[in-house]
Design a protein around this ligand. Structure first.
Ligand SMILES: *Cc1c(COP(=O)(O)O)cnc(C)c1O
Length: 229
């Protein structure tokens, strides 16, 4: 094992314990069962070995942002039984076939066209709808007003299981800044009868859990700073 890996293994265990403790504490404050909150380990930019180390520590749900990048790592993590991979980055329709082959869940469906493309790949997929809550600052995601049409489109797709909504608020180092966005996402999910809420990252997972997150997407707090994006 390379020196780099030994170091990662040592610190990853500690960081994972710290993240789990944060989730636990936030869930207790919100009077929620922590078992209802999935920790999605975001491994973008990190090598496949990072997925292996996290798997060895008990993590099973992994998030990746780029189809191309995961296409390179996927053959190296094929042996990890029970591991599930979620696409959490924007998906262009021309990569939907490859994405459907590589991932178990696509959290960033934001148009009926993309839903139909994924459906035509013919593989069972869990999907979440990415919602744009911050107007012009968000690059991707569906407008809340477009949700009824999008939900109907996904429900017509026999290979797709609709798990809920996902959002990525504008970046702020103040976790409170994200709270209104998280609350809005929960209200939208309730209105449309959806139970899954993917929201909250390393710096604001407590706020997200207080507002009802069922999946927190954590990269930096587990794996350290990324060298690029
Ligand atoms: C990178 C990323 C994350 C993880 O962010 P951290 O701040 O490193 O925890 C979560 N969600 C999405 C959509 C991301 O792109």
């Amino acid at each position: 094992m390379a020196y780099w890996n030994v170091q990662l293994a040592a610190t990853l265990a500690e960081r994972l314990a710290a993240v789990r403790a944060r989730i636990q504490a936030a869930a207790e404050r919100a009077r929620r069962d922590p078992a209802g909150i999935t920790l999605l380990a975001v491994t973008k930019v990190f090598p496949a070995a990072a997925i292996g180390e996290a798997y060895a520590l008990g993590l099973r749900e992994f998030g990746e942002n780029y189809v191309q990048e995961f296409a390179v790592k996927a053959p190296q993590v094929r042996d990890l039984a029970g591991a599930r991979y979620h696409l959490i980055g924007h998906l262009q329709s021309n990569k939907s076939g490859l994405a459907a082959e590589l991932f178990d869940a696509i959290q960033t469906v934001d148009s009926p066209k993309l839903a139909h493309r994924l459906e035509s790949a013919g593989r069972k997929l869990e999907v979440m709808l990415e919602v744009k809550l911050s107007g012009e600052t968000a690059k991707s995601g569906a407008d809340p007003a477009a949700l009824p049409e999008l939900i109907a489109a996904v429900r017509e797709c026999s290979h797709l299981t609709l798990a809920g909504l996902m959002t990525m608020p504008p970046w702020s180092d103040d976790p409170e800044a994200a709270r209104p966005h998280f609350r809005r996402l929960r209200e939208l999910a309730e209105r449309h009868g959806l139970s899954g809420l993917s929201m909250g990252m390393s710096h604001d997972l407590e706020t997200a859990i207080e507002e009802g997150a069922t999946c927190v997407r954590v990269g930096t707090a587990l794996f350290g700073a990324r060298r690029r994006e």
